[in-house]
Design a protein around this ligand. Structure first.
Ligand SMILES: [Zn+2]
Ligand SMILES: [Zn+2]
Length: 360
């Protein structure tokens, strides 16, 4: 099959690779579409720094069709339309049993472990890594059953693939992790694919004011399509002062959707006494906040994968899109063939697009 392979600092190349059939509790998925997500850029940077095994196939926001299932698979069958989840939950551990499957430590459940750990992807006998456990920039991928979630057949895969990461992460951060209250005031820092979904999550929750914050002016109109009521250009204005002014000194929630220590500090400083700052971005550094603010009962919390129970939330978000309650159409700025995968990453780096989707 064809796949885009990353071998280090150079751009990805389209090459032929071999994929094993599904083993016990595994599913082979024909990839129809795969979103280009910012966390793949983190992966590229880590691979360039030698911190990640290569060669690797990236891409983890997959909408596809089940091609073949391994022994023991019961939740999907050939022909089912699915969204792939990059972080499967085992359904059996301490966290899963508590309903916090996003925190599952993914001890590969016994059936799959018995099928062996030999690489699923190879090229001339040499292993190729499955980036973030998925490898979506390829014609097919093999996933554990619990990382493959069945959705309705009438939903367009080239759009609902985004539910596999950005939509679930952003919407879930607002309605699941933070449980934004109706009538509240919310600030969102960073209007990429995840931040825009935090905005619409806050809208769904009934927020009164939604302050969208970015350094690119063109994001103002885009954010408004997802429910933002105000916009702050962080390159031109004092974010904390301006957000507090708009919120009348009472911003209840602030979300950081970039992944920088400095913007986490901003989010924390924006919220009122008793308010909650939520870190959604991947922050690879230490964070500094004023300690005395904790006497004012300010809260700083993390959010991962939208605190989602995947098997419940992924079909739900697809249904909400089909019902017109979630806006996914305006998230997709561009669809490109796999051969243009490097161009799609360039688009993301320049911040000019909300989301590109690769069509396999
Ligand atoms: Zn992602
Ligand atoms: Zn678990």
């Amino acid at each position: 099959m064809r796949a885009a392979i990353l071998r280090g600092p150079d751009p990805m190349t389209i090459e032929q690779v071999n994929l094993d059939g599904p083993r016990a509790c595994e599913v082979r998925v024909k990839v129809v579409a795969c979103g280009v997500c910012h966390s793949d850029l983190h992966t590229i940077n880590r691979a360039k720094a030698g911190a990640l095994p290569i060669p690797v196939i990236l891409g983890h926001e997959v909408g596809g069709i089940v091609e073949e299932v391994g022994p023991g698979v019961t939740s999907v069958k050939a022909g089912d339309h699915v969204v792939v989840a990059f972080r499967p939950n085992c359904g059996q551990c301490f966290f899963c049993l508590r309903g916090e499957g996003q925190l599952c430590e993914r001890p590969d459940y016994p059936e799959r472990a018995a099928a062996g750990t030999a690489p699923r992807l190879t090229q001339e006998g040499k292993p190729i890594q499955q980036g973030i456990g998925v490898a979506g920039y390829s014609e097919y991928t093999v996933m554990p059953e619990r990382g493959v979630v069945k959705i309705r057949q009438d939903a367009p895969l080239e759009t609902v693939c985004l539910v596999g990461c950005g939509v679930t992460t952003g919407v879930g951060a607002a309605i699941r992790t933070a449980k934004v209250e109706a009538g509240s005031t919310v600030a969102v820092i960073g209007l990429g694919g995840v931040g825009l979904n935090v905005v619409q999550g806050a809208r769904l929750a009934g927020a009164r004011k939604i302050i969208a914050i970015d350094t690119v002016d063109s994001k103002a109109d885009l954010a408004a399509k997802f429910g933002a009521t105000h916009f702050i250009n962080a390159a031109k204005e004092d974010v904390v002062a301006q957000a507090q002014k708009i919120g009348g000194g009472c911003v209840d929630y602030a979300f950081e959707a970039i992944g920088l220590g400095a913007t986490v500090t901003q989010a924390f400083n924006i919220v009122r006494a008793g308010g909650t700052a939520v870190v959604v971005g991947v922050v690879g550094q230490d964070v500094t906040v004023p300690g005395l603010a904790f006497l004012r009962e300010k809260r700083l919390i993390g959010s991962f994968f939208g605190s989602a129970t995947l098997q419940h939330d992924i079909p739900l978000y697809v249904d909400m899109y089909m019902d017109g309650k979630l806006n996914l159409d305006d998230l997709v700025s561009k669809r490109r063939p796999l051969a243009e995968v490097n161009e799609a990453f360039e688009d993301m780096k320049t911040g000019g697009v909300a989301r590109s989707v690769m069509m396999l």
